[in-house]
Design a protein around this ligand. Sequence first.
Ligand SMILES: *Cc1c(COP(=O)(O)O)cnc(C)c1O
Length: 421
Amino acid sequence: MHLLNPLNPALFTAQPQLAAALAPFAHQQDDLLVGGKTPAQIAALLDAEVFYAYDRAAITARVQALRAALPARVKLHYAVKANPYFPVVHWLASQVDGMDVASRRELVLALQSGVDPTQISFAGPGKTDAELKAAIAAGCVVHLESAGEMRRLQALCLQADASARVALRINPEFELRASGMKMAGGAKAFGIDQAQIWDLLPELQTGPLQLVGFHLYCGSQNLQADAILQSQRQSLQLLAQLRPHCPQLQFFNLGGGFGVPYFPADKVLDLAAVGAGMQQLFAEFADAVAGLEIILELGRYLVAHAGVYFSRVIDVKTSHEQQFVVTNGGLHHHLANSGNFGQVVRRNYPVVLANKLTLAPVAPVQVVGPLCTPLDILADKVALPAAVPGDWFAVLQSGAYGASASPQGFLSHGVVSEILL
Ligand SMILES: *Cc1c(COP(=O)(O)O)cnc(C)c1O
């Protein structure tokens, strides 16, 4: 049975984003199921009591929803940074059209996942010579982030008697409105300023590098279709200016930035509106995009909803009338949930007691982890059913920027287990 129909209206009223977060999952009586398994079954599979579980069907459904909503010509790339757990990367290789990597190890993961190497793009400022050599060896596209990087890659290609397909990552004059993390516009470490692009074009169209694409990445975690479309419009205007000067162009990477609803006030991104808007933009900029692959690179939007971070309740206690639920999971595994991964104000992720889904919430509790720091908060004054030691506490929307984005060595509690089901 599916959780789309709220099991527990009181709980859903207290946390409106919870309904969206639970929608991908089924349940069996009071147990939340990930890939058809209860928390206890997953714990038995992993021999662990703290773990991330990812739901394969939820990832697949998300890719299908994107394909249904977006114009057919749009190619989907997965940004490995969001979740580099190899079974997830490997599964996505069969679902998407390419991958974006930002380190040599991510490149090797993508290659091993079976994705076509020519559909891997390697971005990121500060690529070392070793990383550029790896990119040449892989035969992937290098997204150049500076003139200096371009010259180093040229020299390495000449040394190796090789050539490389490259794209220029442009730092445009505009910014992405309403974005959780802005990565373009103004002085930025990413990409090459729009004004500097023209000088590089002649140098790029001779020698061992082949300019096959442009890349604009304006920002992450955007929940507003109109803001995303506005930055795409500005990106396409720029493409229209550049296109006549770049005869070998094969693709235009429009970035992504599609956000997911983590917090109570967050709205779900209107994917249908994004799709319809993109269709219109492609008609309007028909000459600029003619014959080009149009790529969207998405990280969290493909995986965040599919992941749940489970931990076990170790203790329940009261301090000055506030009830504390202490679990064996914390910010060392899930930094973003603690509010310390780029957020300005800490807000609660959607959370449940994964073995008490249908029980009514009692007075708000403070859920904390085992670390000796007041930062180790899993949920701040959240309505949960009465908790006892042994219960399973679950943080939803946890499939991106979880294990790999957390300080797992901090306080030496050990690393977290992961599983794709
Ligand atoms: C981080 C990043 C992404 C993925 O961002 P999400 O918010 O997870 O979608 C994609 N492209 C680039 C260049 C990035 O730096």
